[in-house]
Ligand binder design. Structure first.
Ligand code: TYM
Length: 338
């Protein structure tokens, strides 16, 4: 094992497919914003990943702007963080190809997200969907990122990134790529569906009532929490008491994450409370935190040229890091450059 030191640097990304939901905000964006004051941060709208499943070209560019608007509205400062869309930095696809030749089929076959997404349809999905984790490794390692904040569902992909880095380093007898750490912490690393607490909240779920979108207005947010599935019991006095109550646990976790608090503290405050008290408190809290972000997203979306300018500037800065890393990778691999 090498003891080479890498400068601490964060990389993370979000796909521009289908809009942003509360899980993206609490599990990712909110934490991205906090980290921009702790170390160098690079955040991406991963449009190359989005096209692993069909995207309407007319909607993709707007979806990309909307994710960028979500980052900015939540407090991401483009003078502190690098913010760009992936397809503007060609090195992602180029390093992704090299990693396709490093990663093993057996590793890809173990990816649970691929199995979930492909389902019974594995013969018909794109080759890109299968190779997706090696492009994700390229995203991360192109910046020699040491820290990757993500939700729980991305843990396996970040672990695969470490496997790819280790195999590359081993095969080419180098210590060029770092062993990246996934950063999965806080109460909202897996925000669950509001209608079924055993399923993850996602943008692709069938009913809009299952999720809170980052663009929802105050009335919609209130309605969704009011209708969220719960059980007949009041809140217990300890977190232990939420075991086997997935919907109740999810609402407590969401409250804690929105309030920068902990599930323990929320239970401390609401022990014995019925849903008639807890749900309106949660809805009020969510509206106070999310509605201003939705308003700001709408304002930003009215001025697409401004968003495009931020992304272009971010892409220029991203290339300044990524291109030399790719060039050195080419040298290590033995590609002739004239
Ligand atoms: P994506 O676009 O599906 O999700 C973006 C981020 O949001 C988190 N997330 C959640 N967190 C908590 N609860 C939920 N219900 C929830 N739903 C989504 C995800 O964990 C993620 O952090 N493969 C990635 C994008 C990607 C990437 C990368 C991430 C591409 N390259 C490099 C990190 C580093 C994805 O599909 O995320």
């Amino acid at each position: 094992m090498s003891d080479k030191k890498f400068t601490p640097r964060v990389f993370s990304g979000i796909k521009p497919s289908g809009g942003l939901q509360l899980g993206n905000y609490l599990g990712a964006i909110k934490r991205f914003v906090q980290m921009q004051d702790e170390m160098e941060t690079v955040y991406c709208v991963v449009d190359l990943h989005a096209i692993t499943v069909w995207q309407d070209p007319k909607e993709l560019a707007n979806g990309t702007r909307e994710v960028a608007a979500g980052y900015l509205a939540a407090g991401l400062d483009p003078t502190k963080s690098i913010l760009f869309n992936q397809s503007q930095v060609a090195a992602h696809a180029e390093l992704g190809w090299i990693f396709n030749c490093v990663a093993r089929m057996g590793w890809m076959n173990r990816m649970t997200q691929f199995k979930d997404k492909a389902g019974a349809n594995a013969e018909k999905v794109s080759l890109g969907l299968y190779a997706y984790p090696s492009l994700m490794a390229a995203d991360i390692l192109l910046y020699h990122a040491t820290h990757v904040p993500v939700g729980e569902d991305q843990k396996q992909h970040v672990e695969l990134t470490r496997d790819i880095a280790a195999k590359f380093n081993h095969d080419f007898k180098t210590d060029f790529f770092p062993m990246t750490e996934p950063i999965i912490d806080g109460p909202a690393t897996r925000v669950m569906n509001l209608r079924d607490g055993t399923k993850k909240m996602s943008k692709s779920g069938e009913s809009d009532m299952e999720r809170v979108n980052m663009t929802d207005d105050a009335d919609t947010i209130v309605k969704k929490f009011k209708k969220a599935k719960t059980d007949p019991e009041p809140l217990p006095d300890t977190l232990e008491g939420l075991k086997d109550r997935p919907e109740a646990r999810n609402l407590v976790d969401i409250y804690a994450a929105l309030n920068d608090s902990t599930p323990d503290a929320v239970i401390g405050e609401y022990a014995g409370a019925g849903w008639g008290r807890f749900k309106p408190a949660l809805a009020d809290l969510a509206v106070s935190k999310l509605a201003p972000i939705a308003d700001e997203m709408a304002r930003l979306m009215d001025d697409p040229t401004e968003i495009d300018k931020v992304l272009k500037n971010g892409a220029d800065r991203a290339r300044a890091i990524a291109d030399p890393v790719l060039a050195q990778t080419y040298d290590i691999v033995g590609f002739l450059r004239s």
